[in-house]
Ligand binder design. Structure first.
Ligand SMILES: Cc1cc2nc3c(=O)[nH]c(=O)nc-3n(C[C@H](O)[C@H](O)[C@H](O)COP(=O)(O)O)c2cc1C
Length: 168
């Protein structure tokens, strides 16, 4: 197994999937299991997962040719809220759930792309989401095509100097 930091550094967002290579059901189950065990604030688990196999995801979420899409919706009313300033952890929780899925996928030899730039109204209608659920994050999942490569942005990370303040 790859060292975790190597896996984190090797990962990049995939936007060129192989449309003909389906993802094995056993691997999909492992992705969902990785989502299930994700930590959430106060363990509220205020999220739902939608597994879209095939063309529906390609029609309403991404045009990356991904054979699978996973949509994570949030139930904000069930999420933990910080009393003092009413901060609601729902979206943060879902970011972590999505990260679990993304890293498990990478470990299984799959590629992913997180997606927020979807049409919310279209997704709500397409998945027939109940009123209390709001789609927060989607992931395109599949095997890379031969054209797979990281986008330029992948390499444009700030330096630690720009990001970190050490307070002693
Ligand atoms: C919350 C979130 C939402 C994103 N939404 C999109 C999206 O809608 N479309 C897209 O092509 N990439 C999306 N991305 C991928 C980012 O653009 C990508 O992670 C970033 O440019 C860094 O590149 P890398 O993932 O290859 O390292 C999203 C990433 C995150 C974390």
């Amino acid at each position: 197994m790859k060292n975790l930091l190597d896996l984190l550094k090797d990962r990049y967002s995939e936007r060129r999937f192989d449309p003909d290579k389906t993802v094995e059901d056993e691997k999909l189950e492992l992705l969902l299991e990785a989502a299930r065990v994700a930590p959430t604030a106060s363990n509220r688990q205020a999220f739902k997962l939608y597994l879209l196999k095939g063309e529906k995801g390609q029609a309403i979420i991404s045009n990356f040719n991904a054979p699978v899409h996973i949509v994570i919706s949030g139930v904000a009313e069930e999420a933990w809220v910080r009393k003092k300033d009413s901060f609601n952890a729902c979206e943060l929780d879902i970011g972590i759930v999505g990260t679990h899925i993304m890293l498990e996928a990478e470990d299984l030899g799959l590629k992913t792309c997180m997606i927020c730039a979807f049409d919310v109204t279209e997704l709500q209608a397409g998945l027939n989401l109940p009123e209390e659920e709001y789609p927060i994050l989607a992931l395109a999942v599949g095997y890379p095509s031969e054209a797979s490569r990281p986008a330029k942005k992948h390499t444009e990370r700030k330096s630690l100097e720009d990001l970190v303040t050490v307070i002693e």
